[in-house]
Design a protein. Sequence first.
Length: 250
Amino acid sequence: MKKIKYTLLIFCLAFLGCSEDNDVNIETVNITLKFTQNWDGTAISASDFNQFNFTNENGDLISIERLRYVVSNVVIGGVEKEYQLINIGENIGSEISLEGITKGSKSLSFTFGFRDEDNLDGVYADLNSTSFNVPEMLGGGYHYMQFDGKYKDVNNADANFNYHAIRAADITDPDNVILQDTSFEVDLGDIEITENATIEIKMNIAEWFKNPNTWNLNELNTVLMPNFDAQILMNANGQSVFSLGEITSN
């Protein structure tokens, strides 16, 4: 009996030793997510701002003056980044570094904006300092996106637009504000991870104006934050904005 117990003890120790070796030898890689912007395939950077270079689906000629947006719950292979503000005009935040990702097929997803459970008023110090908050009368929390510019109106005059995406708020009755989560998840599918790499995530800005709702800036231009229906339209158009781009080895 003692001999059997001794043999079992040796077997268990050997098994645990192998398990520890396997854990130590698991290979991991580092991934950089790079957010880029384009207009139906034409790359856009801050150098393209403040110029009437773009025509939307409705035929409105526009210039971009500011574009910044939040992505949250960024996850690949179980490694997560809580949130990040991407500011195109100031070239800030366009890359997210994620370390310790095991090799193999990994799903990549993120949320545009903040889900309701994360969209808590005043909790993100960096967003507070950059005026990304939403007024309390509109439910508080944070913007999903601030997209500002100008367009040529029906008289060919320069007019402002403020395409600001937030949680939809119906303030018809100020004592009973109705809120609807209009953030959305972007699922970019499974990606085969074999080495350190940069994964491009593309935002086609033109899609905000055309699919499935053709956006007429002469009708929907400013004061869109308290416009519940406009926020629902933005949510619908945003579903086709992001796509997977190039994957390059680092």
